[in-house]
Design a protein around this ligand. Structure first.
Ligand SMILES: Nc1nc2c(c(=O)[nH]1)N[C@H]1C(S)=C(S)[C@@H](COP(=O)(O)OP(=O)(O)OC[C@H]3O[C@@H](n4cnc5c(=O)[nH]c(N)nc54)[C@H](O)[C@@H]3O)O[C@H]1N2
Ligand SMILES: Nc1nc2c(c(=O)[nH]1)N[C@H]1C(S)=C(S)[C@@H](COP(=O)(O)OP(=O)(O)OC[C@H]3O[C@@H](n4cnc5c(=O)[nH]c(N)nc54)[C@H](O)[C@@H]3O)O[C@H]1N2
Ligand code: SF4
Ligand SMILES: [Mo]
Length: 830
């Protein structure tokens, strides 16, 4: 802590990993500012980072462990002590393992966990339970990049440092909406371009996104065609004499077969849907700029050919020796705050810990000795999609979900529901009470959240930073590492899980990275310089970029592969021959529109934290589907109407947003809204679980759907001090306000029915109501529910709501109760 009460920590959100300073306020919230000394952001923050202080409210938190019993559609919660809860979980897991074997249980974890949490969960499952069945939501996020890196480099390594963005002459951004998803990197790029007007930026994305603001060239490629584009580039580089033959000969293998497959490709134009001019422009830029960075994210990873997309990019960088040098390199920007940390400690089903691998006998023995176990898993476990499939088939009998919400974020939501319902024992550790997944749990365990928990995270440039405890935890919430360790001890593994604080876990992990690797020659993930950290050192730890041979006191920038040495058996980088494959599903007559899904600027995933900030709610208050004007006209959609998006027998509803930045025949929806914040607006309800065969990452970005108008007959706005359950109303969306919640509703029934429904839902809100009805048909109806303390809730029902209604409602809510308010209504009923 500084003298003036500011505590240094790291942002809760994206993989940029910005340093944050936070200071408690007298109202229990936090003042927030960027940490100027943090080398990843130098004091800058984006809208989400700035709003962190608003999100530490305790609304909706899970406060105690509970046993949740579901009877029909109702569930009742029985509070448990921590001792009872951890005994119960340990007993159930142990009994299940005894009866059905270790592969009948599983953990599904998350890049929202800290490295210490992740490490302990992986140690318990792989090291002591003896199963590989621990997988992470990173499977949905970074798995294709992991495969791509390992195939090319022999290690899961991001070679660049952020500083390279400022040193580059060409930045290619493909499948990444950097402006919204990694805003501080985008800001750094913006400043770099101001300082160096010759810096050229190319954006490759089927949509024209906010990131295109900086683009000198935007290539709206055909969805899924990245391999074709980059194969074409490899061939072009060869034809135009731009290969670095010396580098290819000395530091790589497999070039000839990669080039010959790329050269065989004849249909680059039709596959990518680009013009010859667009291709020529991009290829010439790439060929003529040595200092090139290629940034890529989910438009690349989340694909049935995600691994090949990644390698087709890496091939072009290897062929031009643009790796490991200032201003050059491929850059897989990570999604979550600690996606990287999870990959490091091995919380994906197909790796061991500390970048050690299944199938390597020596490493297997080293880990068994280090952990003092004879039960280390010998084979990879089930990847996320396969895991939930196995659960649905009854093969997984106990699952523990930590810090992720698979009911919202995994494809095929109906199947996920059915899998969780069939699983005999479901444990969910979360901060929030009523996530869609927690509703299906047998036991819910209250976890500490950001600002309460303490440990480390690793960002997209391999920089390890501390998240620090600033506020007390509400209720009985505990750190995830503590919860897992308690269960592990009660399962009989007392000795291996005796941690008193997170620093001890970090120390163990740091030592593990040095096994057979004190000089970092076997594995680049080597933290030998951190193994001597004592409690004080851990507590005061400043950001460290791995590999860490000695503790870094300066702002170090450590690029990898500068010496042309890789972690493959031959120490040479590998070219991978890639061939374009279209997305697995193609539009047809019933489902003619290709649905893309992704993020909005101010919401984070399932909105459990960002949804609490009134400020963040204003950017995009309602879920929307973007379509091109021509598509809108074709299917009869108007701006601001509600659309129904359907596939097979499932439909969702979202507001229509007409956008000429999206191609005709395509649509885009945000991933954030779900049962906690909207009636029926979950993208994953429509998306099938088609995956990349190597990475297991789902094809989230290309799903054929049909879109049609959703005809409503009436609409309403409701404002209330606390959340209201609108089950039974056809369409609703919740938005957090300073003093409560705003709901936008719509109904297939006429206004009268909606008025009756709302009056019933809100009846308990006040003992006095004020009513205004414009005419007998009820085409405008306003009602407020009051107590002596003032207006508790109010609604407007109309055939078609407009902005005036919203203004009126907002004013009413904020106004003091006096005669002028009463005069706005026609009658008052006590
Ligand atoms: N505001 C905000 N920021 C976030 C997050 C958040 O929830 N909200 N989440 C974080 C996480 S976990 C992640 S993983 C990252 C994700 O960050 P991004 O990957 O940047 O975000 P997305 O919106 O999922 O998708 C990126 C882009 O890929 C494009 N795309 C779709 N198909 C293709 C294709 O075939 N080829 C190409 N080249 N592009 C395609 C989409 O149109 C979209 O604009 O964001 C992180 N940052
Ligand atoms: N259609 C579609 N689906 C997608 C994607 C897409 O682009 N399109 N993107 C995918 C990607 S890249 C990702 S990363 C996933 C994200 O999907 P999820 O992981 O499901 O999303 P989150 O909302 O981040 O879920 C985190 C949960 O953990 C809780 N939590 C936060 N901190 C802690 C903690 O410290 N401990 C515990 N125990 N709980 C905590 C939060 O309250 C929240 O409920 O979605 C994937 N799904
Ligand atoms: S860029 Fe990412 S890490 Fe930085 S403040 Fe924004 S959300 Fe947080
Ligand atoms: Mo992600």
């Amino acid at each position: 802590m500084n003298n003036d009460g500011w505590v240094k920590t790291t942002c809760a959100y994206c993989g940029v990993g910005c340093g944050v300073e936070a200071k408690p306020k007298s109202n229990g919230l936090l003042d927030i500012r960027g940490d100027k000394a943090h080398p990843s952001n130098y004091g800058k923050l984006c809208t989400k980072g700035i709003a962190l202080g608003d999100t530490v409210i305790t609304d909706g938190r899970q406060l105690t462990p509970v046993l949740r019993r579901k009877v029909a559609t109702q569930s009742t919660d029985q509070p448990l002590s921590w001792d009872e809860a951890t005994n119960l979980v340990a007993d159930k897991f142990r009994d299940t393992i005894e009866q059905y074997g270790p592969d009948s249980v599983a953990f599904y974890v998350s890049g929202q966990l800290l490295t210490e949490d992740y490490y302990v969960a992986n140690k318990l499952m792989k090291g002591f339970i003896g199963s590989g069945n621990i997988d992470s939501n990173s499977r949905l996020c970074m798995a294709s990049s992991v495969v791509g890196h390992k195939r090319a480099f022999g290690s899961d390594t991001v070679p660049i440092v952020y500083e390279d963005l400022e040193l580059a002459e060409l930045v290619v951004i493909t499948g990444s909406n950097l402006a919204w998803c990694h805003p501080v990197l985008f800001q750094r790029l913006k400043v770099a371009k101001q300082n160096n007007p010759s810096l050229t930026i190319v954006v490759i994305d089927p949509r024209r996104t906010a990131t295109c603001e900086l683009a000198d060239l935007h290539l709206p490629i055909q969805p899924g065609s990245d391999v074709s584009l980059f194969n074409g580039l490899l061939h072009y580089l060869s034809e135009s004499g731009k290969l670095d033959q010396h580098y290819i000969d000395h530091f790589t293998e497999g070039f000839d077969s990669a080039l010959s497959l790329a050269a065989e490709q004849k249909d680059t134009l039709s596959e990518t849907g680009l013009s010859q001019q667009q291709l020529d422009d991009f290829y010439a830029l790439f060929a003529n700029n040595d200092k090139t960075i290629t940034i890529y994210s989910q438009g690349v990873n989340q694909s049935s050919s995600g691994s090949d997309k990644v390698n087709s990019i890496l091939n072009c960088h290897l062929a031009t020796a643009r790796i490991g040098k200032p201003g050059m390199g491929p850059f897989s920007v990570t999604g979550q705050p600690n996606a990287m940390g999870g990959r490091e400690v091995g919380a994906l089903a197909n790796t061991l810990a500390a970048h050690m691998e299944f199938g390597n006998k020596r490493q297997h023995t080293l880990i068994e000795e280090f952990w003092g176990t004879d039960n280390l898993a010998t084979k990879p476990g089930l990847k996320a999609i396969d895991l939930f499939d196995a659960m649905e088939e009854g093969k997984i009998k106990a699952i523990w979900v930590m810090a992720t919400n698979p009911m919202v974020s995994l494809p095929n939501s109906d199947k996920i529901r059915s899998a969780l319902e069939k699983c005999p024992f479901v444990v969910v550790s979360d901060c929030i009470k009523n996530t869609e997944t927690a509703k299906l749990a047998d036991v819910v365990l209250p976890a500490q959240g950001w600002s309460e928990k303490s440990g480390t995270v690793t960002n997209s440039e391999r920089r390890i930073s501390r998240q620090r405890r600033i506020l007390p935890s509400p209720g009985m919430a505990k750190p995830d590492w503590w919860i897992v360790s308690q269960v592990a001890q009660k399962m009989g593994y007392e000795e291996a899980f005796q941690y008193l604080h997170e620093g001890q876990i970090f120390n163990e992990y740091a030592r593990m990275t040095t096994l057979d690797n004190e000089d970092g020659k076997q594995r680049d993930l080597c933290l030998i310089g951190m193994t001597k950290l004592d409690d004080k050192g851990y507590s005061a730890l400043t950001p460290q970029q791995w590999p860490v041979d000695t503790l870094q006191s300066d702002l170090s920038h450590r690029r990898l592969f500068s010496d042309g040495r890789f972690y493959t058996d031959s120490t040479k980088a590998q070219f991978i021959a890639t061939k374009y494959q279209p997305p697995l599903l193609t539009p047809c007559e019933q489902t003619p529109i290709l649905l893309n899904s992704g993020r909005t600027r101010d919401q984070w995933h399932t909105m459990s934290r960002t949804g609490l900030s009134p400020q963040l709610g204003t950017h995009t208050p309602e879920p929307y589907v973007s379509v091109h004007p021509a598509t809108a006209e074709q299917v009869g959609l108007e701006q601001g109407a509600i659309a129904q998006i359907s596939r097979n027998t499932t439909s969702i509803q979202m507001r229509v947003h007409i956008d000429s930045g999206i191609e005709p025949g395509q649509a885009f929806v945000p991933i954030h809204w779900n049962g906690a914040t909207a009636s029926n607006a979950k993208a994953c309800s429509l998306i099938s679980a088609y995956t990349d065969p190597l990475s297991g990452q789902p094809e989230f970005k290309q799903t054929p759907v049909s879109i049609s108008p959703w005809s409503k007959r009436s609409e309403a706005l409701v404002i209330s001090h606390h959340p209201i359950n609108f089950d039974g109303i056809d369409y609703w969306v919740q938005q957090k306000l300073e003093a409560g919640y705003l709901y936008r509703l719509a109904s297939k029934s006429g206004a009268m029915k909606l008025i009756i429904q709302l009056t019933e839902k809100l009846a308990s809100e006040g003992n006095k109501t004020l009513t205004y009805s414009a005419d007998e048909n009820g085409s405008l109806h306003r009602k407020a529910f009051m107590t002596s303390a003032g207006i508790q809730s109010a609604f407007v029902v109309k055939d078609c709501i407009d902005d005036d209604d919203l203004d009126w409602l907002a004013q009413l809510y904020q106004a003091r109760l006096d005669e002028t308010i009463e005069l706005q209504f026609m009658s008052a009923d006590a």
